[in-house]
Design a protein around this ligand. Structure first.
Ligand code: RRO
Length: 314
């Protein structure tokens, strides 16, 4: 398959920031490269200036999910290009670099610099981080998202993926604005805003105050948003949010996603991406076998009148 013209051996990516490939290489050695869990690798989001990230605690386990308030710790653009990029370039899959600017100028600086590096296959614009002190979320507003895209689009021919926030009144309107302004793909969902209180009653648990909720708890919300966005845009959609099995991945593909990403599940099992890809391939092979053996069953919803059947893989 391909994504934005980049050949991929399959449709399973990681969600940005949920798999540290450099630490994993240190822990697992070359076995990581031989059994890499994903078909493309998305880096942790980088910013122009280095950041320490938010004070601890940074995580809270919630029923069927996780709240994070990591706060974008990273080496900054120069540090990333000098020390992380060469290591990530050794991964056996295409590399997608995730970037976030606190202004359009910063975003432009990042895109221009990252796009010059031949190791980078695509760039993901993270306009949806819930955990920065400014509270600035470009991606909550279609017009702001379009302005950001218009600024960076002329700077690079690399495919640009826009990472959408679920904390918008109409994510599909933001997706449409991104497409109109030149995005090559959208990915969703980033985390939903949430918080937890200290069990001792001493205020917030998370050092950053509130955080972003991920994991199984958000899967139904993510699936609906992916479905709504895929119905609105023609560019590829990368779907994620609580995917823990091949069945879940297939649900997102059936809802209109071209590729999927595994996030929170990789914290429990760093090999989850590989397992999910294998489960998905088995399900799809079974689907093909079923289709060859019998006339196609009605899928998902019942077709009425002239409207097209709703649930079909694009
Ligand atoms: O670093 C984070 O706290 C973070 C980021 Br950049 C993001 O995009 N989504 C999230 O849940 N956490």
């Amino acid at each position: 398959m391909e994504l934005c013209g980049v050949p991929l051996r399959g449709p399973v990516l990681n969600g940005s920031g949920t798999f540290d490939a450099i630490a994993a290489r240190r822990a697992f050695g070359d076995a990581l490269l031989e059994r890499f869990p994903f078909h493309a690798f998305v880096s942790k989001t980088i910013t122009v200036a280095p950041r320490e990230g938010n004070p601890p605690p940074r995580l809270w386990e919630t029923p069927a999910g996780l709240i994070n308030s990591i706060g974008l710790p990273n080496k900054g653009l120069e540090g990333f290009l000098a020390s992380d990029l060469p290591e990530l370039a050794e991964l056996p899959v295409p590399l997608i670099v995730s970037v976030m600017g606190f202004s359009r100028d910063e975003l432009a600086t990042l895109v221009e610099a990252v796009a010059q590096r031949p190791e980078v296959a695509m760039i993901e614009l993270n306009v949806s981080c819930p955990n920065v002190e400014t509270g600035l979320v470009m991606g909550a507003d279609p017009a702001e998202t379009a302005r950001a895209l218009e600024r960076v689009r002329p700077l690079s021919e690399r495919p640009l993926i826009v990472k959408l926030t679920p904390n918008a009144s109409e994510p599909e309107a933001v997706a449409a604005a991104a497409q109109e302004a030149g995005a090559d793909a959208v990915s969703l969902i980033n985390t939903l805003k949430g918080m937890a209180l200290d069990p001792d009653g001493r205020g917030h648990w998370l050092g950053g105050g509130s955080g972003g909720v991920s994991g199984a708890a958000v899967r139904a919300i993510a699936l609906q948003q992916v479905y709504a966005v895929a119905a609105r845009v023609t560019i590829p959609v990368i779907g994620m949010g609580g995917i823990e099995s091949g069945r879940h991945a297939l649900d997102f593909l059936s809802a209109g996603a071209t590729a999927v990403a595994v996030g929170t599940e990789s914290f429990r099992d760093p090999g989850a991406g590989r397992r999910i890809a294998a489960e998905l391939a088995a399900l799809e092979a079974r689907g093909v076998a079923d289709r060859d053996a019998a006339p196609p069953p009605e899928v998902g919803m019942t077709q009425t009148g002239d409207s097209p059947p709703t649930f079909f893989r694009r």
